[in-house]
Design a protein around this ligand. Structure first.
Ligand SMILES: Nc1ncnc2c1ncn2[C@@H]1O[C@H](COP(=O)(O)OP(=O)(O)OP(=O)(O)O)[C@@H](O)[C@H]1O
Length: 590
């Protein structure tokens, strides 16, 4: 699993492998410059102690200047390139996450909490920010530097090279290995605890109104505090572990220096190494540890990154609820929709949401779907929109089976107005362009006129460019729904699907909105899902659903006359809402 996640992350970096290599080269050059700086400084100080002529010190002086400058320049360039690599990696990750989310929305996303999704999209990707700069790059740089340092020191004697390699390996491999063993769990726990914490926050914010209304604010605060305490505890454990690893690393660094000095003494005795060489050797040894010191943290960063990567890539494993055909065809021209014995059950549900529903909807026909709560009305619309997938051979568009088309193409056949229109925190224009991205100013204004939103628009300070606030909070319910109708008009699809668009409106607004919709759907097909049995007189056919089955069908007058479920429900509604008896008897609300 971990190896696969690593392969996936490395795969994402393949398109900019050249930059990765450059970043590692620059990182190595920085450490080599640090070693060069200390080495030449040691040479200069040790040689100067013998009071030679200045000419003899010239090379060392130039060396000190050179390495002093290159160290800074290489470090700057390395940061520049490595962060560039990082940003490219993050962009690739975000694109990949979005690509895995899109086919799941909205049905498949029901399996993932929205807070958890946010955590994957923000928190986990943030964690992955460290994958290259603090995880992978230090490992690669350390490998290159260890090799270089071993060759340099080994030039004096193989034993010195071996001692240094052992010290570097202990610090660079042994300590991270130990860190991984001791802290792997802590790294994972931090990622999971952070995800939990964010999920709790998102849920709290989403349900704040209800929590306060039920007086559960204090409980919620306790829950959040507990989640925060858990996160802090894991972070503290991780930080303590880090501090211990740093201390061990410093000790190894010093012991290695002692070991190198001890190994150098016989060489001095044999006259193969002079005092200046010893000074250079000591400081180069110390400086070479700059490459391996970050490896403890790197191991931990890799651990957290791999965990975060696993969570991000896990979404790709969730199978799409509505798979597209391998060889899709474009929906045929015309607009004849038919359902033949449509039966549907949600996964993991024993009950049928719809059972043996058949209907014909040639272009221009209007049908209403009515029924009690849970009778399957919304499910029917979801299947038409391919938000869920109906079994094959049950929904046809101009005689062709729905499964032959891509879900995206199917959705283009419909203009939809639901009861909870989602408005983005953007301008009126941006919210409208969602329905037809290329719409001109004139088209937008015409749709606004047709949706009878002109007076409202005229009152806005910046017209179409006025910001409508988060979720359109600066609009009334009626205005929001009219904006939804406006979008549907812009969409200009042959079939309109209405899912109780007036559910949250008062009677007056309800009638006015329905009137507008009826006007705009002249010559188009309409499927209107509604609870209320008023205003259905001009509908061609009413389908009455009961427990997913078609209990009755016919015109309003026929159903009233039949005295069945429809007539009984209509009578109850008339008795409950006597002021709403009005109907669209002649196209006008009475
Ligand atoms: N995502 C889902 N997973 C499982 N079962 C579901 C899901 N959505 C709806 N159902 C079930 O399917 C049945 C039909 O639901 P549907 O939402 O279609 O009814 P409805 O007539 O639109 O109800 P309402 O008028 O309250 O919106 C119900 O029993 C409901 O519990």
């Amino acid at each position: 699993m971990r190896a696969r996640t690593l392969r996936q992350l490395l795969g994402l970096m393949r398109p900019f492998a050249g930059w990765v290599a450059l970043s590692v080269a620059l990182g190595s050059a920085t450490v080599v410059s640090a070693m060069g700086l200390l080495g030449t400084s040691a040479h200069l100080i040790a040689a100067a102690a013998l009071q030679p002529s200045v000419a003899e010190l010239q090379v060392a002086i130039v060396g000190v200047r050179f390495f002093g400058i290159t160290r800074g320049v290489f470090r700057y360039l390395e940061r520049l390139v490595s962060h560039g690599v990082n940003l490219r990696l993050l962009a690739a990750l975000r694109t990949r996450l979005y690509r895995s989310l899109e086919p799941l929305a909205p049905a498949g996303l029901g399996q993932v909490q929205s807070g958890d999704l946010l955590s994957r999209a923000v928190g986990d990707i943030e964690t992955l920010e460290n994958f290259f700069v603090r995880g992978l790059a230090p490992v690669l740089t350390a490998a290159v530097v260890t090799l270089g340092a071993a060759v340099f020191v080994g030039r004096y004697d193989a034993s010195l090279g071996s001692v240094l390699v052992i010290g570097l390996a202990l610090s660079g491999v042994g300590v991270p290995w130990l860190a991984r063993r001791l802290q792997a769990a802590a790294g994972r726990q931090v990622v999971d605890a952070r995800a939990d914490y964010r999920t709790s926050w998102v849920e709290t914010l989403q349900g704040l109104g209800d929590l306060l209304a039920f007086g559960r604010g204090a409980d919620r605060l306790e829950l959040l505090t507990a989640a925060q305490a858990r996160l802090e505890a894991h972070q503290r454990r991780l930080a303590e572990g880090n501090a211990r690893m740093n201390a061990v690393n410093l000790m190894i660094n010093q012991f290695t220096l002692w070991a190198v000095l001890a190994a150098a003494l016989p060489l001095m005795a044999a006259g193969r190494l002079d005092g200046i060489g010893l000074a250079v050797l000591s400081l180069v040894t110390l400086a070479s540890f700059e490459a391996v010191l970050p490896l403890g943290t790197a191991a931990q960063q890799l651990e957290s990154s791999l965990r975060a990567g696993e969570r991000v890539f896990a979404l790709e494993q969730v199978p799409p609820v509505v798979p597209d055909p391998a060889q899709p065809t474009a929906p045929a021209l015309g607009a004849d929709l038919s359902l033949r014995g449509l039966s549907f059950r949600y996964p993991d549900s024993a009950e049928w949401a719809l059972r043996e529903v058949s209907l014909e909807l040639p272009l221009g026909r209007c049908i209403a779907v009515v029924g009690a709560s849970g009778s399957g009305k919304t499910s029917l619309l979801r299947l038409l929109l391919r938000l869920w997938d109906a079994p094959p051979g049950q929904i046809f568009w101009n005689g062709s089976e729905f499964h032959a088309y891509r879900a995206e193409d199917v959705r283009r056949l419909f203009s939809v107005v639901t009861q909870d229109t989602y408005l983005f925190s953007a301008s009126v224009r941006q919210n409208l362009l969602l329905a037809r991205p290329g719409a001109s100013e004139a088209e937008l204004l015409e749709a606004v006129r047709q949706a009878r939103l002109e007076p409202w628009l005229a009152g806005l300070p910046e017209g179409l460019d006025t910001w409508i606030g988060e979720h359109g909070r600066q609009m009334s319910g009626g205005e929001r729904q009219r904006l939804a109708v406006c979008r549907a008009i812009l969409r200009d699809a042959p079939v309109w699907l209405l899912d109780e668009p007036t559910a949250h409106l008062d009677v007056e607004n309800e009638r006015a909105l329905i009137e507008t919709v009826m006007e705009r759907t002249q010559g188009k097909s309409l499927v209107w899902v509604t609870h209320r049995l008023t205003g259905l007189e001009h509908i061609d056919e009413i389908l009455v659903l009961d427990g997913g089955r078609l209990a009755e069908r016919g015109t309003a007058a026929a159903l009233e006359a039949a005295g069945g479920l429809y007539a009984r429900t209509a009578a109850v509604q008339r008795a409950s809402f006597p002021t709403e008896e009005g109907t669209f008897s002649d196209g006008e609300p009475s």
